[in-house]
Design a protein around this ligand. Structure first.
Ligand code: HEM
Ligand code: HEM
Length: 181
């Protein structure tokens, strides 16, 4: 398998970006839901959000790199057996997934920096607060963050089911070329 994309195949760099994203999104979603239920005396009360925010910022940088890589590369062509609406639905959902990823990460940043504090990323570097002090910023951003995260997971699930349908029912290589086969 080539590291760059071709007309028929995703290269391993794009495949790596995709599956690392899947792993990070599922981890962030589960960790997010778990950590908000912790009490002040729990040892993970501070550690949970610290890890969540750090992974979240790394996912943001990874997604920027992914889009740059997509921009400077060709993307595999659509399958001729796919109908026009299937192709359109896939395009729309892929754009939506990228928009949702960025919106979830942005609202997470707005919760974390609501009181002017920067976001520490694994004690490696930090991202400064830029928009803060808005009335009820933490609560409002928190509610939008949760709602968008649930929408992101729901659309990802439909997206995954579509890939599985192509694999088992249509028996085409949509999924195979995203796992490098
Ligand atoms: C795709 C990426 C992300 C996903 C899927 C995600 C998901 C979640 C979920 C499900 C929760 C629980 C919300 C609740 O039950 O109220 C949460 C909480 C939180 N997230 Fe994220 N998150 C992501 C990225 C980020 C980023 C980048 C940051 C900050 C830089 C962040 C900061 C926070 C904070 C501070 C909370 C706690 C909110 C509270 O205490 O109510 N998240 N996240
Ligand atoms: C958090 C979960 C997921 C997210 C956020 C996500 C996101 C994306 C995005 C944005 C693309 C478009 C890539 C591009 O054109 O630049 C894509 C493609 C793809 N995804 Fe996912 N994905 C997720 C989970 C999954 C799962 C679980 C599967 C398989 C069961 C899957 C299978 C595929 C396939 C086969 C493609 C390539 C489609 C094509 O060649 O047109 N994805 N994914």
């Amino acid at each position: 398998m080539n590291w760059r994309n071709s007309n028929t195949q995703w290269g391993w760099v794009a495949i790596g970006f995709h599956w690392i994203t899947v792993f990070m999104v599922i981890s962030l979603f589960s960790l997010g839901l778990w950590m908000v239920g912790l009490t002040y005396y729990d040892p993970w009360y501070k550690q949970g959000p610290f890890i969540h925010k750090s992974i979240g910022v790394l996912l943001f940088l990874l997604t920027l790199a992914r889009l740059l890589w997509r921009y400077i590369n060709i993307t595999p062509e659509n399958f001729s057996a796919h109908t026009a609406w299937e192709i359109r639905a896939a395009q729309v959902s892929h754009v939506l997934l990228y928009i949702l990823l960025f919106s979830v990460m942005l609202t997470g940043y707005l919760i974390s920096t609501a009181d002017g504090r920067e976001v520490e990323v694994f004690n490696l570097f930090s991202i400064p607060a830029t928009i803060y002090g808005i009335e009820k910023q933490e609560d409002i951003a928190g509610e939008i963050h949760l709602a968008l995260a649930v929408i992101l997971i729901s659309i990802s699930l439909i997206h995954a089911l579509a890939a599985i349908k192509h694999h088992f029912f249509d028996k085409d290589s949509t999924l195979k070329r995203m796992i490098g086969r």
